[in-house]
Design a protein around this ligand. Structure first.
Ligand SMILES: Nc1ncnc2c1ncn2[C@@H]1O[C@H](COP(=O)(O)OP(=O)(O)OP(=O)(O)O)[C@@H](O)[C@H]1O
Length: 295
């Protein structure tokens, strides 16, 4: 449904995107993860038609996204980073303004619908600058879903919220994601783990991973063993690449669960095992390894 093809974006000397490509299928909730300055906002602004790429293209349902293609733009709801909202307006007037801008038919009904979905009935007549940040984000989400777009692009929707507000907004996104295709940018791992099925990791303008979350967890599998007497790495070499990680403690790199064989082998050689476990990288470790700052 969304095809991002070889996007490049240069801001003068800065190459913000260096050939970014990925697809998002209808109904997916995809996490777009990357450290600060990786290129998340730039990519999202190009997908929404806010910004033109230097080269490459984005297609939605086969149709090219461009700054003036209103047909495609109508299919996309966008919550920009820092949710710039007009503080002087009441929530209702703000939503009415966007409903008119998006040329939503029957705006009264449509506003009622998004207000109910985002649970902001109580603050409808309040000025936006009197709202908490959590409520402001709800109003931003209400704006994004006006006109019932099939796609939601959410740029760091929980940044700056307190833990309770974060949970509320995540739940709301999950709820909205049941019926929509969602791309959610964040630099918070737990956000992706709790909200998304798939994750795309971007670093320095390049995609460094694109996979289901369960495939990115559990990487770099190894067995850790500690024994009761002096042996050297050679003793365990038959099972994989061995590294000493403590006194008589070794890490064996292997994708197989070798614990049974290893126990038998130690027993046959008169050695007792004090500890034996399988370890692997969690999503956070994988993310750090893929986006590590050099030097
Ligand atoms: N208007 C601009 N002019 C010049 N450079 C820019 C501009 N916008 C972004 N950049 C640069 O492009 C790169 C990517 O920025 P972008 O905002 O897309 O990253 P990001 O992943 O969204 O970061 P963050 O998490 O900090 O929002 C950065 O090096 C940034 O400094």
């Amino acid at each position: 449904m969304i095809e991002v093809v070889k996007l490049e974006k240069h801001y003068g000397e800065v190459k913000a995107l260096k050939g970014v490509s990925f697809n998002v299928e209808k109904g997916e909730i995809v996490g777009f993860l990357g450290p600060n300055g990786a290129g998340k906002t730039t990519t999202m602004q190009i997908i929404t038609g806010f910004l033109s790429p230097t080269s490459g293209e984005v297609k939605v349902d086969g149709e090219n996204v461009s700054v003036d293609n209103m047909n495609v733009k109508r299919k996309i709801g966008y919550l920009p980073e820092n949710n710039p909202i007009y503080n002087d307006l009441s929530v209702y007037d703000y939503l009415k303004f966007f409903a008119d801008l998006k040329k939503v038919g029957n705006s009264k009904e449509e506003i009622k619908k998004v207000v109910s979905l985002t649970k902001i009935e109580d603050v409808l007549n309040r000025k936006i600058d009197t709202l908490s940040k959590g409520y402001k984000q709800r109003v931003g989400l209400a704006q994004a879903i006006l006109g019932d777009p099939e796609i939601l692009i959410l740029d760091e929707p929980t940044t700056g919220l307190d833990p309770n507000q974060i949970v509320e907004i995540r739940n709301l996104i999950k709820e909205l994601g049941k019926e929509k295709t969602v791309i959610l940018s964040t630099h918070i791992m737990q956000e992706v783990e709790q909200t998304c099925e798939r994750v795309i990791i971007i670093n320095k303008g390049e995609i460094v991973a694109d996979d289901k979350i369960e495939n990115l967890q559990g990487k770099n599998r190894r067995v850790v063993v500690e024994v009761d007497r002096d042996v050297n790495e050679k003793f365990f070499e038959r099972f994989g690449v061995v590294k000493t990680v403590g006194t008589n403690r070794f890490e064996i790199k292997t994708d197989d669960d070798i614990r049974k064989e290893l126990s038998r082998y130690c027993f046959d050689n008169g050695i007792l095992i004090l500890e034996l476990k399988v370890e692997f990288d969690d999503l956070e470790t994988t993310f750090r390894k893929l986006t590590m700052v050099e030097g």
